[in-house]
Design a protein around this ligand. Structure first.
Ligand SMILES: [Zn+2]
Length: 582
């Protein structure tokens, strides 16, 4: 049953770990806090509770459990979120009724291809590939660790297998594995060593294929499409994330081989950008784990203007970017394969330069040449102008010196530059980001009423013995009344939550997270159910008192109102004095 699946996933996965892939969390008391991924903020108001397995943002009000988080963050339906999380937890989901003979998911197809490629590498036909990998100093245990495979030169090895197993042509095409030609379907990857690309939650999105001999592009990759977007992923980041967090840096290299080599050589905090211009999405991905990024491209690429622009994209997104300079003509893989490679590499890491200074250093020759001077200084200025004045400030003196001007002149030039760039340059982004925040605003959840729901959820004794009508009458928010009523009437919280999830109801989870946070907070002073009921009762009476008082002041009160007013006033005094107005 679905509710069993939901329960199992919840038991296996820790919300702190799952959310930790998206948000950098740090411990604060019993909870974890971080910058909210649903709205822009500078100081953390996003709260994750390991004991309750919920999250809640005090800034924008988003909240819920592990499923709500993945649904909101990845834009998935409940079923998709369940599948994603079950995958991660290593749980086999019970089949959905009436869906048995349905198509496999694209991820299943990708996994099938991956297993096939891996076994083909081991078989007789994989000889040439194995020889290639040994030449590149990749031992068999590395093949397994990085799931390397072999796609033979034939046109349809993979497609034949997929077809036999009931995969439809469209699915195989959507997965990026086969192409449709005039004579039927044929494999995309042929005669290539295969590198699987997984996203940070471990889903297999794409393959890269390295040609081992013959004509053709050295590398080809899965196409951009249903599964894969190069701009949003980094190769091996999934394996690198823990180390990146622990070592407080990510080493970014160019290609598959470089990334694998770094992992094998004692730098598990490495990932590869796979040849695209670096993007803001990638920067945000990195920032989930660390603020520092060491970029380590081979020297030809690192010097190119396009590469440098990409590095500024990372820096602008808040990363502290350092550029590692390798000996000319060497990429990280070459270097680390040398006998003294590790020492050389360590030295290069140690002397990595902050991006701006690296840029100035690269253009030093041009800056000395009268003809090229103008171009080089424009390029450097446009780079630094991308940074906020605060981020740029530390470099002003050195850069000014390199340009042969005074620091205050450089500052003035930068101000000028920023002003000229502002209009139009980037008008759309902020609006786009607000979208997800707006949805539930204007309907903030009352914390104490929500606390009542959270306590109801937690304690089945109260659900069984509590006075439902009295409790519901204490809630002003109809949405919370519905939640509380559902909690009262269910015999299994797991089932109820699975139903909410499958109906796409996010509100109950949000409410329970908000309420749970309130119960943990100082406002509740540790009081449980009785304390919350007492607060709400008093509030209710106060509201009635205010209402009759208003009627009285308008001269509209009936004699019944007057009797009731005295009762209400008396019971308020019983608690404490009814404080005017409020
Ligand atoms: Zn928020």
């Amino acid at each position: 049953m679905q509710s069993d699946d939901v329960r199992q996933v919840k038991e296996r996965l820790d919300i702190v770990e799952v959310i930790g892939d998206y948000v950098r969390l740090r411990k604060a008391g019993a909870n974890f806090i971080g910058l909210c991924p649903f709205h822009e903020e500078k100081t953390p108001s996003f709260n994750v509770s390991p004991s309750r397995q919920t999250f809640h943002c005090f800034g924008c009000g988003q909240g819920g459990d592990i499923f709500t988080f993945i649904m909101e963050k990845e834009g998935l339906s409940f079923r998709e979120a369940l599948e994603t999380l079950a995958d991660r937890a290593g749980i086999r989901l019970s089949p959905v009724p009436g869906k048995d003979r349905q198509s496999k998911s694209l991820f299943d197809i990708m996994e099938r291809a991956c297993t096939l490629y891996q076994s083909l590498l081991q078989e007789a036909g994989g000889e040439a590939a194995r020889a290639y990998l040994s030449r590149r100093s990749l031992p068999p245990d590395a093949w397994r660790r990085f799931e390397l495979g072999w796609a033979p030169s034939s046109w349809d090895t993979l497609w034949n297998v997929l077809f036999r197993e009931g995969v439809r042509p469209k699915e195989a095409v959507d997965a990026g594995l086969v192409l449709e030609g005039r004579n039927g379907m044929y494999d995309r990857f042929r005669g290539r060593v295969i590198f699987p690309v997984r996203d940070i939650s471990g889903r297999l999105l794409a393959f890269g294929g390295r040609l081992i001999d013959g004509e053709g592009a050295k590398y080809i990759n899965s196409p951009e499409g249903v599964l894969y977007s190069k701009r949003r992923n980094l190769y091996l980041l999934q394996k690198a994330r823990e180390a990146a967090r622990a070592r407080e840096r990510l080493i970014l290299v160019e290609g598959y081989m470089d990334a694998i080599r770094l992992h094998l050589s004692g730098y598990p905090e490495a990932a590869a950008s796979l040849g695209t211009a670096l993007t803001e999405d990638q920067a945000m991905l990195i920032r989930r784990f660390t603020d520092r990024c060491f970029i380590c491209y081979d020297s030809d690429i690192a010097g190119q203007e396009a590469a440098i622009r990409g590095m500024y994209v990372l820096q602008k997104a808040g990363l502290d970017v350092r550029v590692v300079e390798l000996p000319r003509g060497k990429d990280p893989d070459d270097l680390l394969c040398l006998p003294d490679g590790k020492a050389l590499f360590d030295k290069a890491l140690e002397s990595a330069r902050p991006l701006v200074l690296h840029h100035v250093f690269l253009r030093a020759d041009m800056l000395r040449s009268p003809e090229k001077r103008k171009r080089a200084s424009d390029e450097i200025l446009s780079g630094i102008a991308l940074l906020s004045p605060v981020d740029a400030a530390p470099y002003i003196p050195k850069v000014a010196a390199a340009l042969g001007i005074f620091p205050h002149e450089l500052s003035a030039m930068l101000d000028e530059y920023r002003k000229r760039r502002q209009p139009g340059a980037q008008g759309e982004k902020p609006a786009e980001k607000k979208e997800s925040v707006q949805r539930d605003s204007g309907s903030r959840i009352d914390e104490i009423e929500a606390a009542l729901c959270a306590l109801l959820r937690k304690d089945d004794r109260i659900r069984r013995t509590g006075d439902e009508r009295r409790v519901l009458s204490l809630l002003n928010d109809e949405r919370l009344q519905t939640v509380a009523a559902a909690l009262f009437s269910t015999s299994s919280i797991d089932e109820l939550e699975a139903r909410w999830h499958s109906l796409g109801e996010t509100f109950p989870f949000q409410a329970i997270a908000v309420g749970g946070d309130w119960c943990d907070g100082p406002g509740s002073s540790g009081g449980g159910w009785d304390a919350v009921i007492a607060i709400l009762e008093k509030r209710k009476i106060q509201q009635e008192y205010d209402l009759i008082l208003e009627k009285l002041s308008r001269g509209e009160a009936t004699s019944d109102d007057l009797v009731r007013f005295q009762e209400v006033a008396r019971s308020l005094k019983g608690c404490e004095s009814p404080g005017k107005g409020k």
